[in-house]
Design a protein around this ligand. Structure first.
Ligand code: ZN
Length: 127
């Protein structure tokens, strides 16, 4: 089978279009993957991948001297529900859900932050 140069160009264009379509429509892309990371005393305690429709999880972390911190994590983000903390700045921070945001509890040395790719404009207005 002999092909003309023009046919080859059309095949190449079709192939590129098809590949692009798969890349754009692939739901498995990790572009907007966000992880909620909880650290205590500078060590990783837990990293939870944020997913739509994920079940709410609550982490009760025992701290020194009978203190504790309760952290709630769900598809909307993470927040400190309850804590034994002198200033409660961590609890007052409220919900975090964007990459780069963090909750810091200095007295208890607990840090909660969100890491991942920056959200696109489209995701930002979908709320
Ligand atoms: Zn605190």
């Amino acid at each position: 089978m002999k092909m003309k140069k023009g046919d080859l160009i059309i095949i190449v264009i079709l192939a590129v279009a098809l590949i692009s379509w798969f890349i754009i429509n692939n739901p498995g892309t990790v572009e907007n993957e966000r992880q909620i990371v909880i650290e205590t005393n500078g060590d990783l305690y837990k990293a939870i991948t944020m997913e739509e429709g994920m079940e709410q999880q609550e982490f009760h972390i025992e701290l020194e001297n009978g203190k504790y911190i309760d952290i709630v994590v769900d598809e909307n983000g993470a927040y400190v529900k309850d804590v034994v903390c002198p200033d409660k700045v961590c609890q007052k921070t409220g919900l975090i859900n964007r990459v780069g945001q963090s909750i810091v509890c200095l007295p208890n040395r607990v840090v909660i932050y969100i890491e991942g790719q920056e959200e696109s404009e489209i995701d930002g207005i979908s709320f």
